[in-house]
Design a protein around this ligand. Structure first.
Ligand code: NCD
Ligand code: ZN
Ligand code: ZN
Length: 448
């Protein structure tokens, strides 16, 4: 798909290093010039005065549910939601049906999704005990990294044993890819879950009790140890527990290549909210008490948390109703991802520059997409999120593009509105609505 030409004039650019006023000239989908007072003739001009110009968000953690789980959601709805929310690249998780565990399945998934994406997308392969020999093949076929589910979650993909994790990280050290981990200990989760079930009491905090922090702490210690000994690169996704953060902080200070991701729901919700939202806010690992939330914010601000992901994980309305122990875990989150973090930044919870750092540059780097993606610089793709920092609006579930639009953030008043989402020089969404009639997203392949 040919890229667009566009001059974005007069905005305030927001990059990890700071903010400054400049115009951005995009030609044929690529940023060709950044500077003051650009006025090349014949380009469509977008007036960005008074607005913030951010790199398009690279959401490293989405579950778009295709193939196999289309009753929950599909790629069309998911990537429309992404575009509406200022996300220009999504990295899709492999817990679809069948799970993506060899090169052939990866190619078939890419074929199925190509031509239907409203934003660009990249694919991860899964790691389990039977497919270590497939990793090189999946990289060759275009995987940008791998995911290992150490704890039980949607799809119930069996966790790789210690030997497989160690060997995958050895390969990571040799070949330069990132292994993303769902960091919970399977056996501990099972034991605690059985204990909670045997109590026979399903109150709103039951799910939280079934996955206490030690489940995350043990997994984080194991991952950090193997990353230390192998020199491999590990990303622990959706960290919710302060104990796991402490493990990552210590390992990182020793130079171990272990990274931590957290998600808006862990930063903005706490155990106090279960009474009100119940299964609607059920995710794995669970949203925890306020002490954990405080530690997560501290870790965002001191650099221990290196990335944010939405963990967009839609389910059907039926699956999300009923008691909290039997409901499905996961919330649709890609569309509210940037708005919620913008609101938090504009209200002083973190510097605004953390958005391009944690939601664009770092994810793009970890998955070999940088600087094509995740960067506002000459030569990068012209992917932008243009934001009005003064606008206030209300998040509404009914405005979500998800097939089953539900969110615990329904009714939340937020500051900062994504006014334009620009994908390779073309406005793909305006004021929260998709603005193109045909999908123009492409499959992107990383360079490890
Ligand atoms: C995710 C899903 O539904 O795919 N659910 C969740 O609660 N986070 C799976 C996952 O990321 O563990
Ligand atoms: Zn997970
Ligand atoms: Zn996930």
């Amino acid at each position: 798909m040919p890229g667009g030409d566009l001059l974005v004039r007069g905005g305030t650019l927001v990059v990890p290093e700071g903010t400054f006023e400049a115009d951005v000239l995009i030609e044929d989908g690529t940023i060709v010039m950044i500077g003051r007072g650009l006025s090349p003739a014949g380009h469509e001009v977008l007036d960005a005065r008074g607005m913030l110009v951010l790199p398009g968000v690279v959401d490293e953690h989405v579950h778009m549910r295709e193939p196999g789980l289309e009753y929950k959601d599909d790629f069309t709805h998911g990537t429309m939601a992404a575009a509406a929310g200022g996300v220009t690249t999504v990295i899709e998780m492999p817990n679809t049906l069948p799970p993506v565990d060899d090169a052939d399945k990866l190619r078939r998934k890419a074929d199925l999704l190509s031509g239907r994406a409203y934003v660009d997308f990249a694919l991860l392969g899964v790691l389990h005990d039977e497919n270590l020999d497939e990793l090189e093949g999946m990289l060759g076929a275009g995987a940008v990294g791998f995911k290992a589910f150490l704890g039980p979650t949607t799809g119930n993909i069996p966790p790789p044993g210690d030997g497989s994790i160690y060997e995958a990280l050895e390969k990571s050290s040799r070949l330069g890819f990132t292994v993303a981990f769902h960091g919970e200990n399977w056996d501990l989760v099972r034991m605690f879950t059985e204990r909670v079930r045997s109590e026979g009491k399903v109150d709103p905090l039951a799910h939280l009790r079934s996955r206490p922090p030690v489940c995350e702490e043990e997994a984080a210690q194991r991952i950090a140890l193997y990353a230390r000994r192998t020199g491999g690169r590990a990303l622990i996704v959706h960290v919710a527990a302060a104990e796991a953060i402490n493990v990552v902080r210590r390992a990182r200070s020793d130079g171990v290549e272990v990274y931590a991701e957290t998600c808006p729901h862990y930063l903005l919700l706490s155990a106090d909210d279960y009474e009100r939202y119940g299964a609607l806010m059920k995710v794995n690992p669970p949203v925890r008490e306020r002490d954990h939330q405080r530690e997560l914010w501290r870790a965002v601000n001191d650099g221990t948390i290196q990335t944010l992901g939405s963990d967009h994980a839609p389910h059907s309305r039926e699956e999300k109703s009923g008691d909290i122990m039997s409901a499905a875990a996961g919330v649709p989150a890609v569309q509210t991802f940037l708005p919620l973090m913008l609101d938090a930044a504009l209200k002083g919870k973190m510097p605004i520059t953390k958005i391009p750092e944690l939601m664009a540059r770092n994810p793009a780097r970890l998955f070999g997409l940088y600087p094509k993606k995740g960067s506002l610089s000459v030569g990068s793709d012209g992917d932008l999120a243009i934001v009005d920092p003064k606008a206030e609006w209300t998040v509404k579930a009914e405005d979500l593009y998800a097939k089953h639009p539900m969110t615990p953030f329904d009714g939340l008043r937020v500051r900062g509105k994504v006014v334009y989402t620009i994908l390779r020089g073309v406005v793909v969404a305006e004021s929260g609505r998709v603005a193109i009639s045909e999908p123009r997203g492409e499959w992107v392949i990383g360079r490890t």
